[in-house]
Write a protein that binds this ligand. Structure first.
Ligand code: FMN
Length: 171
């Protein structure tokens, strides 16, 4: 049976959801990862930065924007360096200023994706896929970039069917 890997970033705490700032006990992307795990045999790798963005939404913006502007590659608590055991890679992360958080690229740029297909989900509040497709082509060296899905965070609790239907076609 094909072995899959889900690489994801999701931030709990205050976030911009449905036009307002809300406190999330579970990040929107975490819902997506759980849906994916229900339809596939997958290991998961959660991207966590050494430096916290804090639980405060506006505080997170203040840290994230300069990182974006200088194309920072924030240090992670742990890295995955070998994905040779996996056939398909799924990436899940939020839109932060139209791209994945810079920490996602810290991880993706370390990997050799030769022979791997990468499908990815962008969780957002209006930006859709934004610049993520272009960034995935640049950051996933050697990968076949497969399908993508944009998911609105505010609706994520109702989107299990949509996410699983998308994923099943890729297995
Ligand atoms: C630093 C930061 C920047 C964001 N920038 C955008 C954006 O450009 N476009 C957008 O639609 N949503 C943006 N959002 C909202 C998140 O993408 C949205 O709340 C998402 O559902 C969060 O997923 P998570 O809970 O898995 O981290 C931003 C949120 C944060 C914290």
């Amino acid at each position: 049976m094909a072995k899959n890997l889900i690489i994801y970033y999701s931030r709990r705490g205050q976030n911009y959801v449905g036009g307002m700032v809300r406190d999330l006990a579970k990040g929107c992307g975490e819902w997506v990862v759980e849906y994916l795990q229900k339809v596939m045999d997958a290991d998961t790798f959660q991207i966590e930065t050494v430096k916290s963005y804090g639980v405060d939404y506006r505080g997170a913006l203040l840290v994230a924007k300069p990182e974006l502007d200088r194309k920072a590659r924030p240090e992670l608590k742990a890295y995955i360096d070998d994905i040779s055991a996996y056939d398909k890679i799924f990436v899940v992360g939020p839109s932060w200023y139209g791209l994945y958080p810079m920490a996602m690229y810290t991880q993706l740029e370390r990997l050799d994706f030769a022979g791997k297909t990468v499908n990815y989900v962008v969780v957002h509040e209006g930006s859709g896929l934004g610049g993520v497709p272009e960034s995935m082509k640049e950051s996933c060296k050697g990968a076949v970039i497969g399908e993508n899905l944009a998911v609105r965070g505010v609706e994520v609790e109702k989107l299990e069917a949509e996410v699983t239907e998308w994923a099943k076609k890729l297995l």
